[in-house]
Design a protein around this ligand. Structure first.
Ligand code: GLU
Length: 487
């Protein structure tokens, strides 16, 4: 018997920014598809007409492309089971609705919102579960005619069987059981003819031959309704896998309070897509060994649903920064420059087209700061010392360093050797600093620290052998002069 091809889907609702939780769901589906040689389908669930926008849909596709998450069938590329946008599938849903109505598995409900709300309030006041009473289940033809005459537009409700256990096997959570008595007859088609999520998702997953539904844990409570619909429509029930919630570091549900929550925000801050993918993979999945840095290819090789954990994943931005810094180290100087230039422009340090010389200089600045930043936007916190020749002492510690008795000797020796240098480059400055320490018989710190303060006003920063060649001869000497005037 041949193994059934694995078909998974990512089915976003295009109603706003593309949340990292959504990206994580997309990633796990993609990993399973790529690992098994299966297919990933991108389906757009846009039945919330008020909140769905084309812009959000474009944005999601764009972010997926950026992350390197590719799909095999879907909205923009089509495929054998299209259309892949729910608002283009309304005729398909209608057919199944007719079937459910004809077989008595669904019925028209004429209750108004006010009536439903009053019913709900009454049940809650009695401490009962606020389930729909089923009032319209057996309407007499007279009542129905009256409601129609009143101009009421019916919804379609699914008839939930009483006293049944709805069980399914979840690949992450194991056996899950719900009691049908906790679920009232629920609306599957709204009065405007638009199906609700729980209904459309079942028809689509079934018709698109989806074998595994991998999605966020918050949909777990929707699953019993969906299982009932699969059964009522005579569709095979797929495998489910509900991946854990993403919590902030304080263990509350991830929200804006915890910082950036959308893929676009991380992209705009200058994170690398391979780092985001690497980080998201570790939000809920754990590799076998200790290694934490994985390329997409390595993730595909190592991923398995068995190692997707049940307990909540904690979004640790420090870890993301650490992972991103790892990937930044692997960039070529030109790639690094490409990443930081927009941030330098936004901060007003550079503008317009850069001359080749200026571009080369900016590239070297980025290289000098590479070890000091975790993502591209952070460059602006460190770069001022390269652009700005006037600065104050950062703190008293910096000021005090220039009170050292050895300072005059350090300056004299440095200047003398520096004047004599013809080419100010990294090896040259390294040799020069060494020569100063040797000549004065001082420890490295006694030399580097005051020179750093003289040149930047700060006690920390990029290596002097990076800084000095980038400042060049004149600016280096002028800075020393200027600082000396301040002490
Ligand atoms: N459109 C739903 C969402 O974005 C899809 C949930 C599912 O994967 O079934 O939450």
């Amino acid at each position: 018997m041949s193994m059934q091809e694995i078909r998974v889907r990512f089915a976003p609702s295009p109603t706003g920014p593309f949340h990292i939780g959504g990206a994580r769901s997309a990633l796990f589906n993609w990993l399973l598809a790529r690992k098994t040689g299966g297919k990933l389908i991108l389906r757009v669930e846009d039945t919330d007409l008020e909140r769905s926008t084309k812009e959000s849909e474009e944005n999601i596709k764009d972010a997926l492309h950026w992350l390197g998450i590719t799909w095999d069938e879907g909205v923009d590329i089509g495929g054998p089971y299209g259309p892949y946008r729910q608002t283009e599938r309304l005729a398909i849903y209608r057919q199944y609705t007719d079937q459910l109505l004809a077989t008595g598995q669904a019925y028209l409900c004429y209750c108004t919102d006010e009536e439903l709300e009053a019913e709900r309030q009454a049940l809650m006041a009695k401490n009962e579960m606020p389930c729909y009473s089923g009032r319209c289940k057996n309407l007499s033809p007279d009542d129905e005619a009256r409601f129609i005459a009143e101009g009421r537009k019916p919804t379609v409700r699914f008839k939930v069987p009483a006293n049944v256990e709805i069980g399914f096997k979840d690949l992450v959570r194991g056996a899950v059981v719900f009691d049908s008595n906790g679920i009232g007859d629920f609306v599957i088609v709204k009065s405007d003819g638009i199906p609700v999520y729980n209904y459309a998702v079942v028809i689509d997953d079934a018709l698109m031959n989806i074998t595994h539904v991998i999605r966020a844990e918050e949909h777990l409570s929707n699953t019993p309704r969906q299982v009932l619909l699969y059964q009522a429509l005579g569709f095979p029930v797929p495998q489910f896998a509900h991946i854990s919630l993403i919590l902030g570091k304080d263990r509350s549900k991830m929200s804006k309070r915890h910082g950036a929550t959308s893929v676009e925000q991380y992209r705009a801050l200058g994170y690398l897509p391979e780092a985001i993918v690497n980080f998201l993979a570790l939000l809920g999945w754990s590799p076998v060994g200790e290694e934490e840095i994985f390329s997409r290819q390595e993730l595909i090789e190592q991923f398995s649903m068995e190692r997707v954990a049940k307990n909540p994943a904690v979004f640790d931005v420090d870890k993301l920064n650490w992972i991103n810094a790892n990937y930044m180290k692997k960039l070529s100087p030109e790639e690094l420059a490409e990443m930081v230039i927009p941030h330098l422009e936004a901060a007003g340090y550079i503008s317009g087209t850069l001359s080749p010389e200026k571009r080369a200089w900016v590239t070297e600045v980025a290289v000098a700061l590479r070890e000091h930043i975790s993502y591209a936007a952070q460059i602006v916190d460190h770069v001022d010392i390269f652009f700005n020749d006037s600065y104050d002492f950062e703190n008293d510690e910096a000021r005090m360093l220039l009170q050292d008795v050895d300072l005059p000797r350090v300056i004299t020796s440095f200047r003398e050797k520096f004047h004599a240098m013809e080419v100010i480059d990294v090896p040259g400055v390294k040799a020069l600093l060494k020569a100063v320490t040797k000549e004065l018989k001082l420890g490295g710190k006694k030399v580097y620290m005051p020179i750093r303060v003289l040149l930047t006003g700060k006690t920390h920063g990029p290596e002097l052998f990076h800084l000095i060649p980038l400042l060049g001869k004149e600016r280096t000497l002028a800075r020393i002069e200027n600082t000396l005037k301040k002490i």
